[in-house]
Design a protein around this ligand. Structure first.
Ligand code: SF4
Length: 335
């Protein structure tokens, strides 16, 4: 084993943070945590992880989950395709893998929502398979360590880095700790704008630290500005009791199945002249949203189509709402 690998493992064993999924004996729980941790911070994930395992304690209960409790368990975590893919993957595990997580990265990658990174992390952490994880954090650390000038936002350089790391993880004899150490180092010590080289276990052999050029790595292409999408929605109250009208987002993708304020075009009930209340902004991974919220007097509150419902604000706990809707309802500017 190389000296830097030994130093990395020693550092990890002394410094790892406690996490509810770390050391969990059930591969299902590790998989749930890995999916939740994609694009999401550890501290945000903690309460979701515990609640999710209570609601869906295993592969069979997840495979049988109905839409609303499933989306409710994920509400606020974003990137909802993740949880829909998990349910599909759980069904595939029941059909093809005897109701268990498969053990090899190649089999794991055949499941919906599992790419190279998640396959490597689940296979190494749960089954001790020596397959290196390479995400943005790990790539950043090694771009500095080896002085690599690749653009790691693309897959081919990530795969080349995994190939380069594979002999080291094999020689380490501890694939789970090796990978988790790399993730931990990228999160705590060698972060995008801050590098604490004096407490880093890789310091002795790190080329960026030796040359003082940490800020120049990894090399990144200039980010393109995100496109802007505009939306017009209505906050409508039933005249007799003040209940708010919601409509269900159609389709399977992104927000399908979630409830939200109805769009101004195609409003399902007759209303008077709309008046502007506020403009709400949200940034997603691929676009920026500018949502104008209007209100209007409701002339007649029914009948509603199947994808429409009136709810009191005190009765929203079981209804999966989009993040934009929840934020608008809780917004201080909202009358
Ligand atoms: S020594 Fe510094 S630059 Fe090198 S990996 Fe560690 S924290 Fe990053």
């Amino acid at each position: 084993m190389e000296a830097w690998v030994d130093s990395l493992l020693t550092w990890y064993r002394a410094n790892r943070r406690e996490m509810p999924w770390r050391g969990h004996p059930d591969p299902y729980a590790v998989w749930v945590s890995e999916i939740m941790l994609q694009q999401t911070q550890v501290d945000t994930v903690r309460p979701y992880f515990t609640r999710f395992l209570k609601t869906f304690p295993g592969i069979a209960s997840l495979a049988a989950a109905a839409d609303e409790p499933l989306l409710k368990a994920w509400e606020g975590l974003g990137y909802y395709t993740r949880v829909r893919n998990m349910r599909k993957a759980a069904r595939t595990m029941l059909e093809r893998f005897g109701g268990k997580l498969p053990r090899t990265p190649a089999e794991l990658r055949t499941l919906p929502g599992i790419g190279d990174y998640t396959a490597a992390s689940v296979a190494s952490i749960c089954f001790g398979v020596p397959e290196p994880v390479v995400d943005g954090n790990v790539a950043r650390v090694f771009a500095r360590f080896f002085l690599l000038r690749d653009d790691f936002s693309a897959q081919p350089p990530r795969r080349r880095l995994a190939d380069r790391l594979r002999p080291h993880i094999e020689a380490s004899g501890a694939p789970s700790d090796f990978n988790q150490a790399m993730m931990e180092l990228g999160a705590l010590v060698c972060t995008p704008r801050r590098w604490v080289c004096e407490s880093c276990p890789l310091r002795a052999e790190c080329r960026a630290a030796a040359e003082g050029c940490q800020a120049d790595y990894p090399v990144s292409k200039a980010a393109k500005p995100l496109p802007l999408r505009k939306a017009d929605v209505l906050l409508l109250r039933r005249p007799e009791d003040g209940a708010i009208l919601f409509s269900r987002h159609a389709g399977e993708r992104l927000l399908g199945g979630f409830w939200e304020l109805p769009a101004k075009t195609g409003c399902p009930i007759p209303i008077g002249r709309p008046r502007r209340l506020m403009v709400y902004h949200q940034t997603f991974s691929h676009f920026r949203l500018e949502m104008t919220v209007r209100t209007a007097p409701v002339r007649a509150a029914g009948p509603l189509p199947e994808d429409g419902t009136f709810r009191w604000e005190t009765d929203l706990s079981a209804l999966p709402l989009t993040t934009a809707t929840r934020k608008i309802l809780g917004h201080p500017q909202r009358p």
